[in-house]
Design a binder for this molecule. Structure first.
Ligand code: HEC
Ligand SMILES: [Cu+2]
Length: 338
């Protein structure tokens, strides 16, 4: 080699790596924009750990640089420098400092862990049972006796107490709404508990945070936070489960196809536990299968080709003709609660 290796040439690569690792992009899956008390407490724990870690990194780099320069071999120096070992003072210092740092992290972490597990006020709160399926989310409101899927509706400023699980023959998923808090695993045969509260209205993105199969990355859901009155209206409508009557001939034809091909998997009565996503009030959902905006184009694509969109999910390609799909889509647009 005629030229020595120049480390600075790696700089552009490092800059790019740094950009990739910061995960820059849309902030909708960021835990850094909390919209509720749980997310806020969790964020402050992140900040405490981060501060301690930055302190350690800076201290190590400063000492390291100082030692490199101060104790380097001088020109003409041939003898081996004085060897230091077994200094009690040094050993005590580098044992006590990490212990102190760990205490600084541990005390608030343990306190927060206990306060987040505290279930005082559960009687006044809203209860939701979550079942994580491959690759969709089932939400049951046990007190209202209603079921929904993919889009959880909750009132603002109310504690929501979750019981989370997965079917016995299922795999582990994890329930995470970055803006509200989490994550909590859903384990087959186990019930895990968690509480969340939202202090802003809006739609928050949720994600499965445990690698669970081919379409894990598409296993999203939404949390729609509304004012209490709006929530009450929604829950009443779900309990009544009265859908607008389809008026056009196409929509009526779609309803027949639905009754033959889909109803065995998808109830449209919110009071019934459906084997697969309950589609009561589906026209009011913002997304199809938790991921694609709920418009005519995406819904058509989903009914035609669910396996192409979400590989490995449980809904089969049904082999409907274009005309039949169009009719079903027309019918699904009428699935509005009145
Ligand atoms: C064998 C059972 C089965 C049949 C039959 C079936 N589906 Fe599905 N469907 C599923 C499953 C499972 C999912 C959830 C897919 C996922 O997200 O992983 C689903 C998801 C959906 C969704 C998205 C739901 C949501 O909450 O966003 C729609 C819409 C849908 N199906 C419509 C239909 C229509 C229309 C038919 C009939 C033409 C049909 N399905 C037939 C099993 C079925
Ligand atoms: Cu999952």
């Amino acid at each position: 080699m005629t030229q020595s290796f120049k480390a600075w040439r790696l700089l552009p690569l490092l800059v790019m790596l740094a950009l990739v690792l910061t995960g820059c992009g849309d902030p909708y899956l960021s835990a850094l924009n909390p919209s509720g008390p749980v997310a806020e407490e969790q964020l402050s724990l992140i900040y405490i750990s981060l501060a301690v870690m930055i302190f350690v990194i800076v201290a190590v780099i400063v000492i390291y640089t100082y030692v490199l320069i101060r104790f380097r071999a001088r020109p003409g120096q041939t003898e081996i420098p004085k060897q230091v070992e077994g200094s009690h003072t040094l050993e005590i210092i580098w044992t006590v400092i990490p212990i102190l740092l760990l205490i600084i992290i541990a005390v608030p972490t343990v306190m927060t862990t206990f306060s987040l597990a505290d279930e005082t006020g559960i009687e006044e709160g809203l209860r939701v049972n979550v079942v994580a399926h491959q690759y969709w989310w089932e939400f049951e409101y046990p007190e209202e006796g209603i079921y929904t899927a993919q889009e959880l509706v909750i009132p603002k400023d109310t504690w929501v107490f979750f019981e989370l699980t997965a079917p016995d023959n299922g795999v582990i998923h994890s329930f995470w709404v970055p803006a509200l808090g989490g994550k909590m695993d859903t384990n087959p045969g186990l019930v895990n508990r968690m509480k969340l509260k939202a202090d802003k209205v809006g739609t928050f993105h949720g994600k499965c945070a445990e690698l669970c199969g081919a379409s894990h990355a598409l296993m999203d859901f939404k949390v729609t936070v509304v004012e209490q009155e709006e929530y009450d209206v929604w829950a009443q409508k779900m309990m009544a489960s009265q859908h607008v009557e389809p008026t056009t001939a196409v929509a009526q034809q779609g309803r027949e196809i639905y009754a033959n091909q889909c109803i065995g998997c998808h109830a449209i009565d919110a009071n019934t536990k459906s084997p697969y996503p309950n589609l009561a009030g589906f026209a009011d959902r913002q997304y199809v299968a938790g991921w694609w905006i709920n418009d005519e184009k995406n819904l058509t694509e989903w009914i035609k080709n669910p396996q192409g969109l979400k590989p490995g999910n449980v809904m089969p390609d049904l082999g409907l003709s274009d005309e039949e799909v169009a009719a079903v889509v027309e019918y699904m647009k009428t699935l509005k609660l009145e």
